[in-house]
Design a protein around this ligand. Structure first.
Ligand code: NAP
Length: 499
């Protein structure tokens, strides 16, 4: 479709979060909805991360919409192509594909307080929207490491989320920089094809076993025919994962049994005590994202792999030089160094009531929102996967569905009560975040002895939710008008309520 000039609801992006928004608004009879997607197809992070071994580390039964369960998952942890197929088919089945303007990027969005609308500039033209539904969190903007000489490297160099499939890796000397969730999936795959593989580790991660299994045809048929069975699987997995919450948010020592399991995984995978010592983590489990793999440690122990723990001093045209002066020749560099998670590029493009961007608003105190979903000074902006809505133990889809329920209720309320604009009050947002940050003090993310992408430059955790996910869902069950400044429509042509 082509971009219209006016729309009730403009949704930016078409990953899990924004697909859910489009589907649920349509269910409520909101017909004037347009999605803009900067790529040529839906999928978000699951479209972008095509690296070898890309796989979900949350069980598939839970990593799917509650209203579109998928009995066709072939295994308990789905590989990227299956998740991408799932998202494509959901987008098609629920008519979102037809509402999406592809290859279109949001360049700038400014709240017009007179008109009570968002005036948006996109790469495909201008559009005026009554509400703007955007993602401000997430893992979409690759972060390259700030390494001396990186630009001088002459061979292929790419980020894990921008895999260059045209590069032939067979027999090559490959370097992987990073040992996070992406790297530990990539390394076992590259080990099988590389002539030599150097893995550059800054911090050894916790890696627990991945209890993966394939679903036999019979089991899939049962899941297809008996929806209650699929629901039961999902519920069981949900509560099993929720069991991590006390250890992560309240008493990190409760993670000790999982730490023992991870150390057994390490002993099983690596026999050499020197290598094992290098790969042993020195912080509390959960402080960084807990990784799951049965193949990472055996890959590190392979004869064509070296785990390099000396820090990188510089990169030259054809090598990586470490702090001890050793030059490691390399043909291909894979950068698995994560994403911009707390200083989000999109925040610079969204400008609120006072003419300040989200990035400017958040520069001093870090990202913050009310209930992770609305922001004081930015009326009618809904941030899905917004500040403090992430979690390190379960499916983000659960949080997304909770947020979308809140957005639906907000839009319903606007329609029914004739409000043209809703904006959380400053005091409500302040109280919400003060409570969150108080809760954050005793979490493993703040006390576990590590630095992670959950923390911003000031050391504030503005990414994760510090309680159970059902508490989040309960807190967002209803749009709480008492926390909002509610504006009725002003009498000019563009100032109609959402209705
Ligand atoms: P990440 O977890 O942020 O890991 C980045 C890695 O790069 C870390 O090991 C980090 O070391 C290292 N690093 C960063 N800058 C460096 C530098 N200048 N020099 C050397 N090393 C450097 O990124 P990611 O692995 O892409 O994963 C990001 C998130 O994506 C995950 O936490 C997870 O939520 C998600 N993810 C999910 C799945 C899934 O299966 N669902 C799969 C992949 C990713 P330090 O630890 O020392 O900082």
């Amino acid at each position: 479709m082509t971009l219209p000039g006016h729309v009730d609801h403009l949704i930016v992006g078409a990953g899990f979060a924004r697909l859910c928004a489009a589907i649920k608004l349509a269910e409520d009879g909101e017909t004037d909805v347009v999605v803009i997607e900067r790529a040529g197809e839906v999928g978000g992070t699951w479209r972008d991360n095509t690296y070898p071994g890309a796989c979900c580390d949350v069980p598939s039964q839970l990593y799917s919409f509650s209203f579109a369960r998928n009995p066709e998952w072939t295994s308990s942890y789905s590989p990227q192509p299956e998740i991408q197929d799932y998202l494509r088919s959901v987008a098609r089945a629920y008519g979102v594909t037809d509402k999406t303007v592809f290859d279109t990027e949001l360049e700038h969005a400014a709240w017009d307080d007179e008109g009570q609308v968002w005036r948006c500039r996109t790469s495909a033209g201008e559009v005026v929207a009554k509400t703007l539904i955007s993602g401000t969190g997430g893992l979409s903007e690759p972060r390259l490491p700030d390494l001396d000489g990186l630009a001088t490297f002459r061979g292929p160099l790419f980020h894990s989320a921008r895999w260059d499939h045209s590069v032939d890796l067979v027999g090559k000397r490959i370097a992987v920089i990073g040992t996070g969730a992406s790297a530990i999936q990539i390394v076992p795959e590259l080990q099988q094809v590389a002539g030599h593989l150097d893995v550059y580790q800054r911090t050894a991660p916790w890696v627990i076993p991945r209890n993966d299994r394939r679903y036999p045809t019979l089991e899939r048929a049962a899941l297809r025919r008996v929806p209650a069975l699929a629901k039961l699987y999902r519920t069981g997995i949900y509560w099993a994962h929720e069991g991590y919450v006390p250890a992560f948010t309240w008493q990190p020592r409760l993670g000790a049994p999982a730490e023992r399991g991870a150390l057994m995984n390490l002993r099983k995978g690596i026999k050499d005590p020197v290598l094992r010592a290098k790969a042993t983590p020195h912080f509390r489990l959960g402080c960084k994202r807990v990784l799951r793999s049965n193949t990472y440690y055996p890959a590190l122990a392979s004869s064509n792999v070296e785990l390099v723990t000396e820090q990188i001093a510089r990169v030259s045209a054809d090598s990586i030089v470490t702090g001890d002066g050793v030059e490691h020749p390399v043909d291909v560099i894979v950068v698995a160094t994560g994403f911009y998670t707390t200083e989000l590029p999109i925040a610079e493009r969204i400008v609120g009531r006072a003419g300040r961007s989200l990035a400017e608003e958040w520069a001093a105190g870090g990202m913050s929102a009310y209930k992770g979903t609305t922001v004081h000074g930015f009326p009618n902006l809904f941030t899905i996967v917004g500040p403090n809505t992430g979690q390190g133990h379960t499916s983000v889809v659960f949080m997304i569905e909770s947020q979308i329920a809140y957005v639906r209720d907000a839009i319903r309320t606007m329609r029914e009560q004739g409000y043209a604009a809703v904006e959380p009050r400053a005091d409500a947002q302040r109280r919400w975040n003060a409570n969150l940050q108080r809760r954050m003090r005793r979490t493993v993310w703040n006390t576990g002895g590590c630095s992670s992408w959950y923390l911003d430059a000031q050391g504030r955790n503005t990414v994760l939710w510090p309680k159970s996910t059902f508490t989040f869902r309960r807190g967002l069950a209803r749009f709480d008008t008492q926390a909002y400044d509610l504006q009725v429509a002003r009498p000019t042509p563009e100032r109609e309520p959402v209705a």
